[in-house]
Design a protein around this ligand. Structure first.
Ligand SMILES: C[S@@+](CC[C@H](N)C(=O)[O-])C[C@H]1O[C@@H](n2cnc3c(N)ncnc32)[C@H](O)[C@@H]1O
Length: 217
């Protein structure tokens, strides 16, 4: 996703109370970075933050940490989060956003940062075999997540991409995750809560079925 430079982003994020500038400085200490002591759920590749804004606003008893590599999209996520909380008249006290290369997630989260759940929504499929290892669900990544994901903690994964979905099941099994739920057509299922992400909406409109799974450590 290419995005034009937005001159307002740097200044707005610098002033934003829920933007964390230097994520690696909080290694092992994320629990104390949040205003409330409660379970932490992590979103990897949050994009414009539509998903995490709605989710976090709905579940005030969970702390949400949203990560993306691009400050430009985090600027938009910041505005979307503010708008969602304002609409629902809630204080923004259970969400943090930060810029980090997820390939180096081990520099910002370690075994002291107990994460109960990880969301990965519509990550880049990296279809060329030589690029597969860059997938956010690749085995080397999963091994890094296992360090801070609590025992029985879960990964919630959604994608439009068949190849990525099938390969991810293999990666998860190789890393000893148990796949506890799986669907090849999420929108045909009767599920309690599915918050639609930016890319989910785009792919659904194109008639592409959304694949989803929950994997347990
Ligand atoms: C295709 S978008 C999906 C955005 C959103 N999750 C959704 O479902 O609409 C992937 C997002 O992941 C981010 N991303 C991709 N690779 C990343 C990496 N290695 N580290 C951090 N963020 C990454 C991109 O900047 C982008 O915002």
């Amino acid at each position: 996703m290419r995005m034009r430079r937005k001159p307002w982003v740097r200044e707005e994020l610098a002033k934003c109370e829920f933007f964390v500038d230097n994520p690696c400085e909080n290694l092992g200490n994320w629990e104390n970075k949040f205003k409330k002591k409660q379970p932490i759920h992590l979103e990897l590749g949050c994009g414009k933050g539509i998903f995490i804004a709605k989710l976090a606003c709905l579940h005030q008893n969970i702390n949400y940490l949203a990560v993306d590599i691009k400050s430009e999209v985090l600027g938009i996520a910041k505005r979307n989060i503010e708008a969602e909380y304002l609409k629902n008249n809630k204080p923004i006290d259970n969400i943090l956003i930060t810029a980090q290369e997820i390939g180096l997630i081990q520099n910002m989260l370690n075994e002291k940062d107990v994460v109960d759940r990880i969301y990965i929504n519509f990550c880049n499929p990296w279809p060329k075999p030589r690029h597969n290892k860059r997938r956010l669900t690749y085995t080397t990544q999963l091994e890094k997540y296992k360090v801070f994901l609590k025992p029985q903690g879960e990964i919630y994964f959604k994608t439009d991409d068949d190849d990525l979905f099938n390969a991810s099941q293999k990666y998860l099994k190789e890393c000893r995750f148990e796949i506890v739920k799986i669907t090849y057509d999420l929108h045909s299922e009767d599920i309690e809560e599915n918050i639609i992400t930016e890319h989910e909406e785009m792919f659904s409109k194109q008639g592409i079925k959304i694949k989803a799974l929950i994997a347990r450590k």
